[in-house]
Design a protein around this ligand. Structure first.
Ligand code: UDP
Length: 318
């Protein structure tokens, strides 16, 4: 089996490459290193089953060639990270929409299954907790850059499901909820590596807003295992699945827990959203997945508590 991973030099993609290689699959990565890094895949280069192309998913020639050579396509390449999205909305929209168009078009020509990674962000401001895959998506104004990410990924999902319905292309959509682990960097937002980095450096720990917003965090190995299971399951074709954890924590409690687990004496400081992102920025207060659907298909269960996730990140940053 040969898997093509777009975005395979990124945080999640590089862990996915490792898992697939370990079970004996061949892996080819296409990555433009925009947010990914060679450093994430250097250790894989010695594996004879591993190869890569430095290039964009929007490059039709590269993608035609690599989709043809692959048996399955994990499409992870995307502009991600709230900070990046707010700062560079044009890049976000173009990468996410055009890249997915090319991947699906090429996959349809060769009938290769596509696993499209989407995001919990598509639920937007929905208050229908927990979020179920069939629930409504509630997005904010087009004047606020943040929502362009959710909208671009929602369009990707529509397109993937349209390829399934209209052309019979096997596709599965996975909505990832706040995935965390080694190699994730805090530069584009991503609260846990940012706050752990601040705590370890003795710098102020920055809590945006009043810290009452809640999240549930997913250990990267759980997320990657779920992606592989979804790719392997024919019953997942044409379906959308949440991948996450049901342990909720407020960001203030998270900051306190990070301070405790690192033994840091950093102060916790509150930063208004307007300063952290942009004027008028809207955050989601809660973001909690229903895991019933994926559990029924694959038996998926999160393996780590949030404290264990923090410890894993501390170990990787030390
Ligand atoms: N956040 C924070 N301090 C930071 C970075 C993020 O308080 O330095 C907050 C952010 O406002 C959000 C939560 O942490 O409420 C999770 O942010 P992240 O960017 O990791 O993911 P999101 O859930 O926004 O996609």
């Amino acid at each position: 089996m040969r898997a093509l991973i777009t975005g395979g030099a990124g945080f999640i993609g590089s862990h996915l490459a490792e898992v697939l290689l370990a079970r004996g699959d061949d892996v080819h990565v296409v990555d433009d290193l925009s947010t990914g890094s060679m450093h994430n895949i250097t250790h894989l280069k010695a594996n004879p089953g591993f190869s890569y192309t430095l290039g964009s998913v929007m490059d039709r020639r590269t993608m035609a060639e690599q989709v043809d050579l692959a048996d399955v396509v994990y499409h992870l390449a995307a502009a991600v990270g709230v900070q990046l999205i707010v700062e560079s909305p044009v890049r976000t929209i173009e990468t996410n929409v055009r890249g997915t168009e090319v991947v699906l078009e090429m996959a349809a020509k060769k009938n290769r299954k596509v696993l499209l990674t989407s995001t919990s962000e598509v639920y937007g401001k929905s208050t229908a907790i927990p979020f179920v895959e069939s629930g409504d998506l509630t997005l904010g104004s087009t004047h606020l850059g943040r929502w362009s990410y959710a909208c671009s990924k929602a369009l990707d999902e529509f397109l993937a499901l349209a390829y399934w319905k209209e052309k019979g292309l096997p596709v599965t959509v996975a909505r990832l909820f706040n995935t965390v682990g080694p190699r994730q960097i805090g530069r584009y937002g991503m609260v846990i590596p940012r706050l752990v980095g601040q705590a370890l450096a003795g710098e102020p720990i920055t809590v945006y807003g009043d810290g009452s917003q809640q999240r549930s965090f997913t250990w990267v190995h759980d997320a990657v295992g779920a992606l592989v299971d979804l790719m392997d399951a024919d019953a997942a074709n044409g379906e959308v699945y949440n991948i996450g954890s049901t342990q909720e924590i407020s960001i203030l409690a998270l900051a306190e827990l990070i301070k405790e687990r690192t033994g840091s004496s950093s102060p916790i400081v509150f930063v208004p959203y307007d300063q952290a992102y942009a004027p008028g920025f809207e955050d989601m207060m809660r973001r909690l997945p229903s895991l019933a659907k994926i559990h029924a298909l694959t038996g998926y269960e999160p393996s780590r508590t949030v404290a264990q996730i923090i410890d894993g990140v501390i170990d990787s940053l030390r």
